[in-house]
Design a binder for this molecule. Structure first.
Ligand SMILES: [Fe+2]
Length: 299
């Protein structure tokens, strides 16, 4: 059985990254196969993981809470984050994923991040947050982000998986037509090549598709309803099995068609009063996984 995605729905799906786009491929047909493996959460993996990802949300230097007589949130957030980096390097993950909001103020991105990125042993992928490339997206901010982090979206094929990280700031309206069409084209090719190769995908972005339910209303913390389901269906059909995000400053474990949608703790401010820290995602060859909290002590 196959599921046909019409040109209209396909454009709507990819409209998650921009309002209007033109495509040459009018008819996409994706196999609606029963996947041999879907993620299954375990307390502890019985077998050695094939992939480990440090999932780090919203370092957001300058956003953390401080005492009334201490205004230097940036310094405290940075200090906690440097402790987190020590823990990450010591645990030797295959890849580090930052789910955005690297600083609270975009002009601070050049202050410490060039130095910090050099100190990370594993490959790094970074999704821009709304504090890094604010709404609406403008090219000047994209260029400034790329100057520090290398790219506004990127993929990495590693250990039988493909990690695809997108700039979810194109969820919102922007006049930068050329930029969002470029991401659309890139995303389409990345998903298509993963599907063709049969490689499972981990998708990452700053904004999560939804916070509580697929049907929830549009708000600051989610993808717009006009594209949310199509975007998730398109990603699922392309092999997405995990979705890692940030932005909410709350710890969430959600699911859509078996795809695990995960938001972890931050080192800046956790609205749900969780401790500071990050998550280590470990996946074995049968797609069993652990998503364990690693605490970072308060500065
Ligand atoms: Fe944030």
């Amino acid at each position: 059985m196959s599921k046909k995605i019409t040109r209209r729905s396909f454009m709507s799906t990819l409209g998650a990254f921009g309002a209007i786009a033109s495509f040459d491929s009018a008819d996409w047909v994706f196999a609606d196969e029963t996947a041999p493996f879907m993620p299954k959460k375990m307390d502890a993996l019985a077998d050695k993981p094939v992939l480990t990802i440090a999932h780090c949300c919203d370092p957001q230097f300058g956003f953390g809470l401080v005492a009334d007589d201490d205004k230097n949130a940036y310094a405290h957030d940075l200090e906690r984050f440097e402790r987190e980096l020590d823990l990450i390097n010591a645990s030797n993950p295959d890849v580090v994923f930052f789910a955005g909001d690297m600083c609270n103020a975009k002009q601070d991105l050049t202050k410490d991040w060039p130095r910090l990125l050099k100190s990370i042993d594993a490959p790094v992928l970074t999704a821009p947050g709304n504090h890094d490339i604010p709404d609406p997206v403008v090219k000047k901010d994209v260029d400034a982000f790329c100057e520090v982090f290398g790219a506004e979206y990127a993929s990495l094929a590693i250990n039988g998986w493909k990690l695809i990280v997108v700039n979810s700031q194109y969820c919102r309206d922007t006049k930068e037509t050329e930029l969002y069409e470029r991401q659309l084209d890139w995303f389409q090719k990345e998903i298509a090549s993963a599907k063709e190769a049969g490689t499972p995908v981990i998708l990452g972005s700053h904004v999560p598709p939804f916070v509580a339910t697929l049907q929830e209303k549009d708000e600051y913390f989610n993808f717009p309803t006009k594209v949310r389901r199509d975007y998730l269906d398109y990603s699922f059909d392309g092999g997405c099995r995990f979705y890692l995000a940030g932005h909410t400053h709350t710890t969430l474990e959600r699911e859509y068609r078996g795809v695990q949608i995960l938001n972890g703790e931050t080192t800046s401010r956790n609205f749900d009063k969780r401790s500071y820290g990050f998550r280590m995602l470990k996946i074995d060859a049968e797609m069993n996984y652990e998503w364990n909290f690693v605490e970072v002590e308060h500065a």
